[in-house]
Design a protein around this ligand. Structure first.
Ligand code: ADP
Length: 556
């Protein structure tokens, strides 16, 4: 029997229309360094229309790609909504990728127009001669004559515009096309490419729509919330926050380039932030800052953390010192990105051991995300909280392939195909699932340490180490060992001025983890190297160790 329901497509333009009318007075608050500037959702609607007209004027039609090279600010959000709403595809470039990767992804995605923040225009101008597909550059904010000349110089660049001037005289409404298929691409993102070239994922209108609704619901986000979006708009769809703001009417606080703990703390106090989203290192820095500085963060009750495992010590400290729930989320660029959120079942007593088991887990599968655990012989593992396997997922906001443009080598094609298994995405993450759908990751498949036939979870070791009061950060990688094949190397950042030694920490670990897992190799470092999106960069530590660039102490 055919349903009687209307088949209205799920489009970004309908989220934009909804937000800019129903939640017209909600705001985008952009931090300026000394204060903030405000853009209402109504203005987001009119400026998105103006930007879309301007982009049509620059020749953007069909599914052409418009890139951004921007911080989190109102104009970036406007582009985020305007470009897909007009039927084109938004590609937010990761400003922290290495230049060859930026060149690769911009060219691979065939970007025609780029919108660049003025504070990034100077470094961007150095890349522009190599970004051969681009024709037009739009700069958000004033730039010097020198930078303008550098942007205008490459032969393939036809025009350089100022964002405000370009949109100023454009009509303030746009007939957003309604014949866009909800399964067409609306935006795209590349994985950070830890090995080989980054791989592209093209999100659809439908996937972004459904994902935004699931994350909004999972985090209980409502109109009146003030959300500090530290996760960059170029990192995996900013975890759905640009879109869930439009459908919920939550105000977004955008930090622009002010991402250090001090300005973030100031923003929380000044803008009465109720919640936020960012990687663990951001919230860890904030916690250290709050320990030393009296800032009123009482408005804030929730911070979502994802991208890498959140240390339990961080979660406990935020809850105990500031009454802030750290909501652990797990996901991947390939998954739009959120797959799980760690909200404990309501019947679990707050503060109990059970409660913390749920909180520190990666989280419960969101409705729409199906998961299965695949064991070493391709056998499915039970959801018993014990049996370990590689997690495979499928669902309406999980990619079914990578974006290919025909330029890929056979080896690259094979590598891309190898990430899928009978219609499921292989996540490369290893862990367990409980009967009620909570995921606990023990490691990334490639980070597990194989010591004498047993597996050691590098994440478990890091979590214990980071619970030591004098350890600011810790990263554990497997290094070759003659006797055991591989053993853990612990690199720790110690609290300033502490007299604690690695021998003390090793001793302290003794009764917290099985004896055989305690690392023999230790290095004290100034900072754990981070990836372009702020995760611990283990490949750098491995390479440093291999090159003899770490001052390693061997104990035991
Ligand atoms: P990249 O793989 O390039 O770093 P992603 O941001 O897509 O880019 O990373 C996805 C991976 O990050 C996941 O496969 C997982 O290994 C890790 N990850 C994300 N969230 C968590 C989490 N909450 N706990 C542990 N690992 C996580």
């Amino acid at each position: 029997m055919k349903s009687t329901m209307q088949t209205t497509p799920l489009l970004i333009s309908s989220m934009l229309r909804y937000g800019s009318t129903i939640h017209a007075s909600a705001k985008i608050i952009t931090w300026t360094g000394t204060g903030s500037r405000t853009t209402t959702f109504a203005e987001v609607g009119t400026k998105a229309a103006q930007l879309a007209h301007a982009l049509r004027g620059l020749g953007i039609t069909g599914d052409q790609r418009v890139a951004t090279f921007m911080w989190n600010n109102a104009e970036h959000l406007i582009a985020y909504l305007a470009v897909p709403s007009m039927g084109a595809v938004l590609h937010a470039l990761n400003i922290r990728l290495f230049p060859p990767q930026i060149i690769y992804v911009t060219t691979h995605a065939d970007n025609k127009v780029v919108i660049v923040d003025n504070t990034l225009a100077q470094p961007f101008s150095g890349l522009l001669p190599h970004l051969k597909t681009l024709r037009h550059v739009i700069v958000n904010g004033p730039i010097s004559d020198e930078v303008r000349a550098a942007l205008e110089a490459p032969e393939h660049i036809e025009s350089v515009h100022d964002f405000d001037t370009l949109i100023a005289d454009q009509p303030t409404s746009f007939d957003w096309p309604e014949d866009v298929n909800e399964n067409d691409a609306s935006s795209m993102c590349y994985t950070s490419g830890t090995t080989g070239n980054p791989k592209g994922v093209a999100y659809s209108h439908r996937s972004n729509y459904l994902h935004a609704m699931a994350v909004q619901n999972g985090l209980s986000i409502r109109q009146g919330d003030h959300l500090l979006v530290v996760v960059p708009l170029f990192h995996a769809n900013a975890w759905g926050f640009p879109y869930l703001a439009m459908i919920s009417g939550a105000t977004l606080v955008m930090p622009d380039r002010f991402l250090q703990a001090e300005p973030l703390a100031t923003m929380i106090e000044a803008e009465k932030v109720t919640g936020g989203a960012g990687v663990p290192t951001i919230w860890n820095d904030l916690l250290q800052y709050l320990d030393k500085n009296p800032v009123d963060v009482s408005s804030c009750s929730m911070l979502m953390v994802g991208g890498s495992a959140a240390p339990p010590a961080l979660m406990h400290a935020f809850k105990e010192k500031h009454n802030i729930d750290i909501i652990h989320g797990w996901g991947m660029t390939e998954m739009s990105p959120v797959g799980t959120l760690s909200v404990p079942p309501v019947e679990v007593e707050v503060g109990s051991d059970d409660y913390w088991r749920y909180r520190t887990a990666q989280g419960r599968l969101l409705p729409g995300v199906e998961g299965r655990l695949v064991g070493p012989d391709d056998d499915l593992q039970p959801w018993d909280g014990q049996s370990v396997g590689e997690l495979e997922v499928r669902g309406p906001w999980i990619t079914g392939s990578y974006f290919a443009n025909g330029s890929e080598s056979p080896a690259e094609q094979a590598e891309m195909e190898s990430k899928f298994h009978d219609g499921w995405l292989r996540t490369g993450d290893v862990g367990t699932l409980t009967a009620d759908g909570f995921l606990v990751l023990t490691d990334r498949a490639k980070d597990v340490i194989k010591s004498g036939g047993e597996w050691i979870s590098s994440v478990d070791l890091e979590n214990v180490l980071m619970a030591h009061p004098d350890v600011r950060e810790a990263s554990v990688v497997g290094v070759p060992d003659d006797k055991w094949g591989e053993r853990p190397l612990a690199s720790v950042v110690l609290a300033e001025g502490t007299a604690t030694t690695v021998a003390d920490i090793r001793e302290w670990l003794g009764d917290k983890i099985p004896r055989w897992q305690v690392p023999e190799r230790w290095a004290v470092i100034d900072e754990v190297p981070k990836t372009s999106v702020g995760k611990f960069d283990k490949k750098v530590l491995r390479a440093r160790y291999a090159e003899g660039g770490l001052d390693v102490t061997t104990l035991g």
